[in-house]
Write a protein that binds this ligand. Structure first.
Ligand code: GLU
Length: 472
C-alpha cells in the first residue's frame, strides 16, 4: 500500500494573507485532494515578537472563505508544543548532534562584522562546538545549535526543480532552540512535519535554502524526510520581485476592491501552473482534477493584473443578476447611493457585461442616480445639427409621453422607438445618439433602451426635457 499523501499549510500569524501564501495554501490543498490525501493546518507562532493579534483568526477565515477546508478539525499551534521541541533539541545535544552555545550578542555581532570585512558570508564560527564540560553552565543564557557537517554535499530531489545540491561547508550551524526555550522555525518545522506525518512539503522558493538544514535535522532525529516542492517566486510585470506593500498583495485588499473569491483563486491557480490546454476558467472541482504538481514551472510567475481583471470580468458575467446585485450593493452603499434592490438590479444588469471589478459598478453607473451634467454639443450626432437633435428629441418626448407604462421595458421600448424612426424617416443615429446622451450624459454607456428601462418613465422624460432645454 502506498503511503498516504499529507500536505500542510503552515502560516505565521504575522499579519494579512499574502496572495503568494494563498497560492501555497491552494497548491497544498489541491495536491492533497487530487491524491485523496489530507490537507492540514499548522500555525507557526514561535516568533512571539512578530505575532499580530487577530492574524490567526483572519487567516482561518480567509481559508474558509476560499473553501480550502483543512482536514482534522484540530489545528496544530506551535506555541502549545514547546515541550516537544525542547525534548528533541535535548536529545540531539545528548547524542552530540547539537550543542549548547553561550556566545554573547556582542561576540556574534563582532564575528559578523569581521567576516563581512573579509567578504565572507556571515556564518557562526563553531566557537562553542566542543566546549569542555566545565565551561558548560546551563544556568547561563544559552541557545542550542545544530551541528552541520563541514564537508560534503546535501542533495535532494525537489519535485519541481529536480536535483538540488548544497555544499555543506557553506551552511551555518543554525540555532534550533532559543534562550527563552522557544524553538526556531527549523526545529519546529521538522518536528511537526514528522508528527503530522507530512509526506509532501510544498512551499515558496524563499524556503529553499532552509531545506538542507531540514533534511539533515530529519536524519539526525531518525525521521524520514518528506518530499519537497518549492514554488516559483511571484514577479511584477517588469520581472522584479512582487512588492511587499500590503495594498498590492493582501488577499483582503483584493476582495475589498471587488475581485471575487472564485476569480482570485482561479488567478492564483495559474500563477506558475497551467493544464497545458486552453482552459483558463476552473471550478474548484476542476482544479482538483487537473492539478499536477509536476507541471508547476520553475521560473518566476508573472503577476499580471490585466489577466486578473479579465478573469474577474468572466466570473462577473457568470453570476445570476440577483447574486451580482447583492455583491455590488456594498459598493453602492459606500458611495452614498441607497436604492432598493429592485432598482439596483436594473442598473447592475446594464453593467454586468462590462465591469471588471465590482467597484467599477459605481463609476460606470453613477449617472443612474444623479441627473448628469454634460456639454450640449455631446447631444449632436456626427454630421447632425443642433436643430436635428432638438427636433428629434421633441418627437421622442411626445412619443414616449404617450407610451403606456406597461410598455416601459427594454424590448417594447426598442420595438416602439425603431418603428417611430422608420415612420418619421429619421436616421437611426440621429435619434438614438441624442436619446442615449440625454439619458446618460456620456459618450460611452450602456444602450438607450436598457438605460431608459432602468431609469423609469418619469426620470427618462425629465432627462430628455432637460436635453431639449440645453440645446435651445
Ligand atoms: N511559517 C512559514 C511561512 O510563513 C512556513 C514555511 C514552510 O512552509 O515551511 O511561510
Amino acid at each position: 500500500m502506498s503511503k498516504k499523501i499529507v500536505t500542510r499549510f503552515a502560516p505565521s500569524p504575522t499579519g494579512f494573507l499574502h496572495v503568494g501564501s494563498l497560492r501555497t495554501a491552494m497548491y497544498n490543498f489541491l495536491f492533497a485532494k487530487a491524491n485523496k490525501g489530507d490537507f492540514l493546518l499548522r500555525i507557526e507562532d514561535t516568533d512571539q515578537t512578530r505575532k499580530v493579534k487577530g492574524a490567526q483568526e483572519s487567516l482561518l477565515k480567509s481559508l474558509e472563505q476560499f473553501n480550502l477546508d483543512w482536514d482534522n478539525k484540530k489545528i496544530m499551534v506551535q506555541s502549545e508544543r514547546l515541550k516537544d521541541y525542547q525534548a528533541a533539541a535535548e536529545k540531539l545535544v545528548k547524542e552530540k548532534k547539537a550543542y549548547n552555545c553561550f556566545c554573547s550578542k556582542e561576540r556574534l555581532d563582532n564575528l559578523r562584522k569581521v567576516r563581512q570585512q573579509k567578504g565572507l558570508p556571515p556564518m557562526y564560527d563553531g566557537h562553542c562546538t566542543n566546549l569542555p564540560d566545565k565551561e558548560i553552565d546551563l544556568t547561563k543564557d544559552h541557545v542550542i545549535r545544530f551541528k552541520m557537517p563541514n564537508s560534503g554535499q546535501t542533495k535532494f530531489n525537489d519535485l519541481i526543480r529536480n536535483k538540488v545540491i548544497f555544499d555543506n561547508k557553506l551552511l551555518d550551524d543554525p540555532v534550533i532552540l532559543k534562550s527563552d526555550g522557544f524553538p526556531t522555525y527549523h526545529l519546529a518545522s521538522v518536528v511537526d512535519d514528522h508528527e503530522m506525518k507530512v509526506s509532501h512539503v510544498i512551499r515558496g522558493e524563499e524556503w529553499l535554502p532552509s531545506t538542507p538544514k531540514h533534511i539533515l535535522l530529519h536524519e539526525a532525529l531518525d525521521f524520514k524526510a518528506p518530499e519537497f516542492a518549492h514554488l516559483p517566486l511571484l514577479l511584477n510585470a517588469d520581472r522584479s520581485k512582487l512588492s511587499k506593500r500590503q495594498g498590492d498583495v493582501a488577499v483582503e485588499d483584493f476582495l475589498k476592491q471587488g475581485y471575487l473569491e472564485e476569480a482570485l483563486l482561479n488567478f492564483v491557480l495559474l500563477l506558475g501552473w497551467n493544464p497545458g490546454t486552453d482552459q483558463e476558467i476552473f471550478s474548484l472541482e476542476e482544479m482538483i482534477k487537473s492539478f499536477d504538481l509536476k507541471k508547476v514551472h520553475k521560473g518566476g510567475a508573472l503577476f499580471n493584473t490585466q489577466k486578473l481583471d479579465w478573469l474577474n470580468g468572466e466570473y462577473i458575467k457568470q453570476k445570476s443578476l440577483p447574486e451580482l446585485t447583492k455583491l455590488c450593493q456594498p459598493f453602492f452603499a459606500a458611495a452614498g447611493i441607497k436604492t432598493d434592490l429592485k432598482q439596483l438590479e436594473k442598473v447592475v444588469a446594464t453593467e454586468q457585461q462590462r465591469i471588471k471589478k465590482l467597484s467599477d459598478i459605481v463609476e460606470g453607473s453613477e449617472f443612474f442616480f444623479k441627473m448628469p451634467s454634460y456639454d450640449s454639443k455631446l447631444l449632436i450626432w456626427k454630421k447632425g445639427t443642433v436643430k436635428d437633435a432638438t427636433e428629434n428629441l421633441k418627437v421622442l418626448l411626445e412619443f414616449l409621453d404617450n407610451l403606456p407604462e406597461n410598455q416601459w421595458n427594454q424590448q417594447d421600448l426598442e420595438t416602439a422607438i425603431k418603428k417611430l424612426i422608420e415612420e418619421k424617416k429619421i436616421g437611426v443615429g440621429d435619434m438614438l445618439w441624442p436619446m442615449r446622451v440625454a439619458l446618460t450624459g456620456r459618450k460611452n454607456s450602456p444602450g438607450p433602451f436598457e438605460v431608459a428601462e432602468a431609469l423609469g418613465k418619469e426620470e427618462s422624460l425629465a432627462r430628455i426635457k432637460k436635453a431639449i432645454d440645453l440645446l435651445s
